[in-house]
Design a protein. Structure first.
Length: 365
């Protein structure tokens, strides 16, 4: 439900005033997803120590409803630690667990005092995470805009390069010990997810039982193919999709792409991340049939293949295609609403998995 909740807003404003020790907090609702809300928060700074600035912006996530705020805390905490480890942008300022009775407050900044046990949030608590605000558009927004104005491929090699640089910063990190165990475990975890999700969570009307069996069989083959190749182990973002990449500056060819919203999958093969990424853009392509997206995917793959000097990169992308397909067909993931597009994406991803190699369908625009 993508609507602002007045109660949630009022309570959040009160708590933010306490946290920032200020009298005025402006809170603008951005969106609601997975039971949490996101807000743009602006505070006026009267203190002398910030004499240069009169106001400061933050990005705030709140979770007020639902019986399990602990999960939200752990998710955000994990994302926070991952972002710090990769030194992406040190932008998480703290996670606060607050009682929604403003008189009885308890707050704990898990980021700074992570040695403390997790506080017991209770059903009436509100959990607030504060990040510095990143000005800029998501990659999804940038691609959509450029597709509409018919951007030229040559110019966009710069955009693909920014994305590649951001990905490489994470994927170039290696684990020093236990590579074999961690690598194989990451694939086993993937297989377990297929086992769990394919039969039960994929209730999409386009998929019957026989198809599910075929899908699961492909998942097993995929995992078998990549087991015991621990030289491919690297750090991961875990949920690389267009909405989790922010471009603070699209007007110049320099600048960077900022990765946000790190997931719980810290290690694995880079194809896991990149396969998710290209499948996300494939959905845009199928939806609009706009050539721009196809060219962008090809440009990204060719640049990253060269950067990683990896002839198996296109094959390895299958490791991410499968889980992203599941998310896009799963009612509790981010399901594609248009059933025709869902079917097309499903059919094409199955072809990719059968071929063991990522490719883009030929469709006439
Ligand atoms: N620090 C930030 N500054 C500005 N906008 C942000 C920031 N973090 C996230 N966003 C925006 O909010 C959206 C949702 O945030 P995200 O952390 O990805 O949460 P989720 O995908 O779990 O809802 C992002 O796609 C992006 O548009
Ligand atoms: Mg996100």
């Amino acid at each position: 439900m993508n609507v602002e909740n007045e109660d949630e807003k009022r309570i959040t404003v009160e708590i933010l005033k306490r946290i920032f020790r200020c009298r005025s907090v402006k809170l603008e609702f951005l969106r609601r997803s997975g039971g949490s809300s996101t807000w743009r928060c602006t505070i006026l700074i009267p203190e002398a120590e910030f004499a240069q600035e009169t106001e400061k912006r933050y990005f705030v996530k709140t979770k007020i409803s639902g019986p399990i705020p602990e999960e939200f805390i752990i998710e955000r905490w994990r994302s926070n630690c991952m972002a710090k480890r990769h030194d992406v942008l040190s932008k998480h300022l703290g996670i606060y667990v607050c009682n929604n009775q403003s008189s009885e407050r308890f707050e704990r900044d898990l980021t700074k005092h992570c040695i403390h046990p997790l506080p017991d949030p209770g059903k009436k608590s509100i959990v607030i995470e504060i990040q510095s605000f990143l000005n800029g558009a998501t990659l999804g927004e940038v691609l959509t805009e450029r597709a509409q104005v018919g951007f030229h491929k040559k110019v966009d090699s710069h955009l693909a390069a920014k994305v590649c640089r951001a990905f490489a910063k994470v994927h170039n990190q290696r684990l020093e010990i236990n590579q074999e165990v961690v690598y194989d475990e990451s694939l086993q975890a993937l297989l377990e997810r297929f086992e769990k999700y394919v039969p039960s969570r994929i209730v999409h009307p386009i998929i019957d039982r026989a198809t599910k069996l075929h899908m699961y069989g492909l998942g097993q083959e995929l995992v078998d193919k990549w087991l015991h190749k621990s030289e491919r182990l690297c750090a991961l973002h875990g949920d690389l999709r267009c909405d989790n990449i922010i471009l603070p500056d699209t007007s110049t060819i320099e600048g960077f792409a900022a990765l946000i919203d790190f997931s719980r999958t810290p290690w694995g093969a880079a194809g896991y991340d990149c396969g998710r990424f290209v499948t996300d853009i494939l959905e845009f392509y199928l939806q609009t049939r706009n050539e721009y997206y196809r060219l962008f995917i090809e440009e990204f793959i060719s640049q990253y293949e060269t950067l990683r000097n990896d002839p198996l990169f296109r094959e390895e992308l299958c490791l991410g295609v499968f889980p992203m397909l599941l998310i896009k067909l799963n009612p509790s993931g981010t399901p594609i609403e248009d059933l025709t597009i869902a079917k097309q994406l499903y059919e094409h991803c199955i072809k990719i998995l059968e071929a063991g190699k990522f490719f883009i369908p030929q469709i006439a625009s």
